[in-house]
Design a protein around this ligand. Structure first.
Ligand SMILES: Cc1cc2nc3c(=O)[nH]c(=O)nc-3n(C[C@H](O)[C@H](O)[C@H](O)COP(=O)(O)OP(=O)(O)OC[C@H]3O[C@@H](n4cnc5c(N)ncnc54)[C@H](O)[C@@H]3O)c2cc1C
Length: 90
């Protein structure tokens, strides 16, 4: 069970299900427990929609590396599922 249906909880739930499926456990079910009546109604619903590049973090730090990796993954995901994304400042 994943508690919290924001972007982090939903991403974790998706990753867990994909991993289970890739290991032949497609019968496994996972519950997301969300206290509101709709998913992603807090921070995930109200953010600025920026895919951060990681330039504000100390160069080489784990935070900067994870942010840059996350940005790449997000762009790939958007491309794969044909989701609109704007790349600016490059
Ligand atoms: C104003 C603002 C602007 C932002 N802009 C950006 C941006 O441009 N780019 C970016 O990358 N990030 C941005 N962020 C940060 C980003 O939105 C958050 O890091 C992200 O949404 C956090 O996701 P989350 O799933 O952890 O939290 P949330 O989206 O808050 O989800 C948590 C969920 O858990 C549920 N919950 C809480 N307690 C319980 C409980 N006991 N039982 C069941 N459910 C529970 C809540 O109802 C909620 O749905 C911004 C944040 C803010 C506030």
């Amino acid at each position: 069970m994943v508690v919290g249906g924001g972007i982090v909880g939903l991403a974790c739930a998706r990753a867990l299900l994909l991993r289970a499926r890739s290991r032949g456990h497609s019968h496994l079910r996972l519950a997301v427990l969300e206290k509101e009546s709709a998913l992603a109604s807090h921070q995930s619903h109200r953010n600025s929609g920026v895919i951060h590049a990681g330039i504000y973090y100390k160069p080489g730090s784990q935070r900067a590396q994870l942010c840059a990796q996350g940005a790449r993954t997000m762009y790939e995901y958007c491309e794969k599922f044909n989701l609109p994304v704007k790349k600016v400042g490059q």
